[in-house]
Design a binder for this molecule. Structure first.
Ligand code: V4E
Length: 242
């Protein structure tokens, strides 16, 4: 299935559409001059090269990102990434293998009313004063002001994507316009899907790529914040969000 359709998760049944959310499991890795050659050697197939602009939004006090919630607009579509939880606890905080510890897991929400509902929930916790505007149009950005959201990051990425023999695994090589290059091995797990199998697929792919390091590799946002919002970056580190 094309990844965009998988992401949207639209399941039709007798005219009733249920939008399912997926969990993105990914491991970042350092790209070097040999990465393309290694991909070729393991039989990876390049499935596309595209460029996109990401704009991230939060309140001036960073109420969303301090809760590890990441609201962005990419190619005219809204996305919210939130931590996954098991029995009310952040999944990442449980006992996990070293390999799993190198992976991040985020629920990806692409349905705008659902995004607005979740953002409102956070605002409700912070401000008692109530009413916020919503909108279902992807182009209309007026709801941002109503929820006190402003843009805090804006950058463009050139991404080369590859598939490998391992089913459901995608490898992306990202070059951000602020001079950071990073790779990621990614599996999308549908709601209630097999997380363990996804982690194993990522681990096998990492071994094939010869990734030996046991340190988490910084994502684009981590580096962007270090350079553009160092105080907020330090706060995210101290609150263990990054
Ligand atoms: C979840 C998150 C952020 C949102 C962007 O996430 P990321 O997957 O890094 O971006 P990108 O462009 O690769 O998105 P994709 O195209 O795969 O959907 S920004 C910061 N975080 C948190 C975070 C974290 N704590 N640790 C790591 C390794 N990455 C991200």
């Amino acid at each position: 299935m094309p990844r965009s359709l998988f992401n949207a998760g639209l399941l039709g049944f007798k005219g009733l559409y249920v939008r399912k959310m997926s969990v993105e499991v990914e491991r970042k890795f350092v790209c070097n001059a040999d990465t393309l050659k290694t991909l070729e050697e393991i039989g990876a197939v390049c499935v596309g090269r595209r460029e996109f602009r990401d704009q991230y939004f939060d309140t001036p006090e960073f109420d969303l990102t301090l809760r590890d919630m990441w609201l962005r607009k990419r190619k005219a579509c809204w996305e919210l990434k939130c931590p996954t939880t098991v029995n009310g606890m952040d999944e990442a905080s449980g006992g996990q293998s070293k390999a799993a510890g190198l992976c991040s897991r985020y629920r990806e929400i692409t349905n705008l009313p659902e995004i607005q509902r979740r953002v409102k929930e956070v605002m409700k916790d912070i401000r008692e004063d109530g009413e916020t505007e919503t909108s279902t149009s992807q182009e209309d950005e007026s709801w941002l002001g109503g929820m006190n959201l402003v843009r805090f990051a804006d950058f463009t990425t050139v991404r080369q994507s590859f598939t490998v023999e391992e089913k459901g695994v995608q490898i992306d090589l990202d070059q951000a316009d602020f001079g950071y290059h990073v790779g990621e091995i990614e599996v999308l797990v549908p709601e209630g899907g097999d997380m363990q199998s996804a982690l194993e697929k990522i681990e096998r792919t990492a071994r094939k790529l010869g990734l030996t390091g046991d340190q988490r590799v910084d994502g684009k946002m981590n580096v962007y914040l270090q350079r553009n919002h160092p105080e907020h970056h330090a706060k995210l580190l101290s609150e263990h969000v990054m």
